[in-house]
Design a protein around this ligand. Structure first.
Ligand SMILES: C[S@@+](CC[C@H](N)C(=O)[O-])C[C@H]1O[C@@H](n2cnc3c(N)ncnc32)[C@H](O)[C@@H]1O
Length: 195
């Protein structure tokens, strides 16, 4: 299966978006609530309907970039937020994106990528962060051998993947997951280490 622009676009067109909670998730809400500096430049890759972007606007953040390879959810978002000037909407492949951010917010994007791209994700996320920038969010932690997304992983795998280029500040069971994701998520906070 090729997880390209067409695949994702079709999922939105066919309303096959089981991942979409319809609101900011409780882990993302908690992460956002803990950030004091509203001027941080924030990237949300593979954002889909980006409910967290709406929450960031409500909380007064001013520099939010929402990126997705699929056009459909971005058009919806532009409509929902009335082209709010604090949000830049980018319809692009994450791996082609150029820019520098203080924070990347991760939720169900990493798991949507073919697992063969995981190392590339780590390199790209690292490149997109300013010195000492952080990636925060949630990663799935359940066991199965799925051939379609979401592709899971484990705490050990994530440590192996991220530890070279990032300092791992937090990687632990998420205690405030949405009920459908309870005991299936890890909360992650990692800081670019400059290596
Ligand atoms: C499982 S959905 C998650 C959407 C959103 N993060 C959420 O929690 O509702 C994965 C998203 O990643 C996007 N995506 C997949 N591959 C991508 C890529 N290479 N670059 C940018 N976006 C991508 C898809 O279009 C889709 O919106």
């Amino acid at each position: 299966m090729i997880l390209d622009k067409k695949y994702w676009q079709d999922r939105y067109v066919n309303d096959s978006t089981g991942w979409d909670l319809g609101h900011v998730s409780s882990p993302m809400k908690r992460i956002i609530d803990s950030i004091e500096n509203k001027e941080l430049s924030i990237l949300i890759p593979g954002a889909g309907n980006a409910h967290e972007a709406q929450y960031l606007i409500e909380k007064g953040f001013t520099d939010i970039t929402v990126l997705d390879i699929a056009r459909e959810p971005l058009d919806e978002l532009a409509h929902r937020i009335s082209n709010d000037s604090s949000v830049k909407i980018v319809n692009e492949d994450f791996f082609n994106h150029e820019g520098f951010y203080d924070l990347i917010l991760e939720q169900t994007f990493f798991c949507a990528l073919d697992p063969s791209l995981r190392e590339k994700y780590v390199v790209k996320a690292n490149e997109l962060l300013n010195d000492y920038g952080c990636l925060e969010g949630v990663l799935f932690d359940f066991k199965d051998n799925r051939e379609t997304p979401p592709f899971s992983g484990s705490l050990d795998e994530y440590i192996d993947l991220f530890q070279e280029k990032f300092d791992i500040l937090k990687l632990e069971r998420c205690l405030f997951s949405e009920s459908s994701r309870k005991n299936k998520e890890l909360v992650i906070k990692i800081k670019k280490n400059g290596k």
